[in-house]
Write a protein that binds this ligand. Structure first.
Ligand SMILES: O=C(O)CCC(=O)C(=O)O
Ligand SMILES: [Fe+2]
Length: 589
């Protein structure tokens, strides 16, 4: 065997394998020169060095290829690591490596990766660190929710299990979409005809030729107290909610079986009202995600910017920001319409509290030593009567923020905004609810909350929130996400969009946010929530709610968990309307 070995320096005889012959003939074909084919020594030497050169070149080529591959694979990581060190370093001077790693994790999250497939997105989404704040600052300004409460909230959230049949239900619902679209267009027609209404709508202007109508139709509803309904027990609410969440669950089947019975109950609740076809035929759809994209509107280029969590988090919450999403004229028009509507509802509001303890805290705060019990609430509600409301209003000195609402079909602007949101954020207008404008006078804030938790249960189904700032605020008023370490300064026309629920349909505790105290000036925002599941009353004012009697032009003030931002004035009673109405119409959706 050893003898047969060819000395290293002598060239082995060329054994023309079929491939090498093939190679030669290919070469000759290529070069087309007969000499090149003649096997003289010179040529052999040339061949040798060419061979050596080629093999060196091959090795070099392979090394380059491997290096290139490594570069391609790790280049974005290296660059973004350098960037984040720069960004974070510039802001804080020094940051824990753990946090930087976390930032990488967020950048490489599934949503981002998915979006990278979209050229438009890849090109235009800017990833930005969220502005940072110290934890202690959050603690100081906005006391966190009671710890036990919070723990329960989280436990409740995790307890709600999405049915494995959910996907099937989604598919089914998608096929129903066509029907739903039809229903929705019918609904729109009906909503706009409804707008014709009993009292003249108040008009504001949103830019040239774009009227916004804030319709106070429900202000005329004066209810028969005998129609009032005792609010359901929390466990009942929860099971109803789970039922909504799991449309194929046993409970749902049971209800389908009991459809007739429920319809009767329904009719009973609705009195002599007949159930409109559009309600009866209503098909709900699910909404689980959003897809930010660059848009152009009114000559403005509006790209999304992703704000990265600045704290370790494994949540699915994504926060995006679009500057100049609304024009200056639109912002001014919306603020004017809101102000004039608030002014018009000049009757003393009815005051409501989430509990008698909250009422007590407020009384203590204004140094009124009055004994109150649950009997001070109008039966079946958490609201006090008109004369007590009058007294409380004087004592509390209008210490609240103001929210007015308008619905699709009530203004040209609502369609313009819904379409723009759809284009920029991929949110289906059909899943969006009312538009709510809120103004915060100086000193006002709004408590820490998620948009999907209610009394510790995910009852609101608000999968995505779209918050639009209508003015610059001189000082304060930031929207803060304490769990993510993100805070955003109000800026006229800026839109902020985030998901409150995971794609699986869980309410995300990390979506908790706070409207910080307005320290100087005032703050105006427009907000629209997009729901996990559409329900009939989205997009139009729900019919008569089972709430305390009230006069026309009488708003309500709702005071939740007692803290600095606990009370909010509402031009309508929609918050309860929606829950109540959804419960009542459960069998229809
Ligand atoms: O005004 C803000 O910054 C946030 C408002 C908000 O979160 C809400 O109304 O649900
Ligand atoms: Fe919120």
């Amino acid at each position: 065997m050893a003898r047969k070995r060819v000395p290293a320096k002598t060239k082995p005889p060329v054994v023309d394998s079929p491939t090498s012959q093939q190679g030669k003939s290919d070469e000759s074909k290529h070069l087309g020169s007969p000499q090149m084919r003649s096997p003289n020594n010179q040529h052999k030497n040339h061949d040798d060095s060419a061979f050596r050169l080629t093999s060196h070149a091959r090795v070099l080529f392979l090394i380059c290829l491997i290096l290139g591959l490594i570069g391609v694979l790790f280049f974005p990581k290296i660059i973004s690591l350098v960037n984040s060190v720069n960004d974070v370093g510039l802001t804080l001077g020094f940051r824990d490596v753990k946090d930087i790693r976390q930032q990488q994790k967020v950048e490489l999250s599934p949503l981002k990766t998915k979006q990278n497939e979209d050229d438009d997105y890849d090109e235009e989404v800017t990833i930005m660190k969220g502005d940072l704040m110290e934890d202690e600052e959050i603690q100081k300004e906005e006391p966190p929710l009671d710890e036990d409460n919070e723990r329960n909230n989280r436990a409740d959230t995790r307890k709600t299990i999405v049915s494995p049949l959910q996907n099937k239900a989604d598919e089914k619902n998608q096929t129903k979409d066509k029907n739903a679209e039809k229903t929705s267009s019918d609904k729109k027609k009906s909503a706009s005809s409804e707008t014709g209404s009993k009292i003249p709508p108040r008009n504001g202007r949103v830019g040239p030729g774009k009227p916004i109508i804030l319709n106070a139709e429900t202000d005329h509803i004066v209810l028969d107290p005998s129609q009032m309904k005792i609010i359901d027990s929390p466990s009942q609410k929860q099971s109803e909610h789970q039922n909504k969440r799991n449309p194929n669950s046993k409970k749902q089947e049971k209800e389908t079986g009991n459809e007739k019975k429920n319809k009767e109950k329904e009719k009973q609740i609705a009195g002599n009202e007949t159930i409109e076809d559009e309600i009866q035929n209503f098909q709900s759809t699910f909404h689980t995600t959003f897809t930010p994209k660059k848009i152009f509107d009114g000559g403005r280029r509006i790209p999304p910017v992703e704000l990265l969590a600045q704290k370790p988090t494994n949540s699915s919450v994504k926060v995006f920001l679009f500057d100049d999403f609304l024009s200056a004229e639109e912002c001014a028009g919306l603020m004017r319409a809101h102000d004039s509507h608030v002014k018009a509802l000049n009757k003393t509001p009815i005051l409501c509290f989430d509990s008698v303890e909250t009422l007590r805290s407020h009384l203590k705060d204004v140094k009124k030593n009055i004994r109150v019990t649950p009997n001070d609430f109008t039966p079946g509600t958490k609201c006090v009567n008109t004369s007590f409301s009058l007294q409380l209003t004087a004592w509390l000195k209008g210490n609240w923020s103001y929210s007015t609402a308008f619905y699709p079909g009530e203004s040209v602007f609502s369609k313009v905004a819904a379409d723009r949101i759809q284009k920029a954020m991929g949110l289906d207008p059909k899943s969006g609810g009312k538009f709510q404008i809120t103004s915060y006078p100086i000193g006002k804030a709004y408590k820490e909350h998620t948009d999907c938790l209610l009394d510790g249960k995910d009852s609101r189904d608000r999968v995505v929130s779209v918050l639009m700032y209508l003015n610059d605020v001189d000082d304060g008023g930031e929207t803060r996400f304490p769990e993510l370490g993100i805070w955003v300064k109000p800026k006229r026309g800026r839109a902020l969009v985030w998901n409150n629920m995971s794609p699986e349909g869980y309410c995300e505790p990390h979506s908790k946010h706070i409207a910080s105290v307005v320290k100087k000036g005032s703050k105006y925002v427009l907000i629209r929530w997009y729901y996990y599941k559409t329900f009939y009353s989205l997009g139009r004012r729900p019919p008569a709610p089972h709430l305390p009697a009230r006069e026309a032009l009488q708003a309500m003030v709702m005071c939740d968990v007692y803290n600095s931002g606990s009370c909010r004035w509402y031009d309508e009673w929609s918050y309860e309307h929606l829950l109540e109405y959804e419960r009542n119409k459960l069998t229809l959706i």
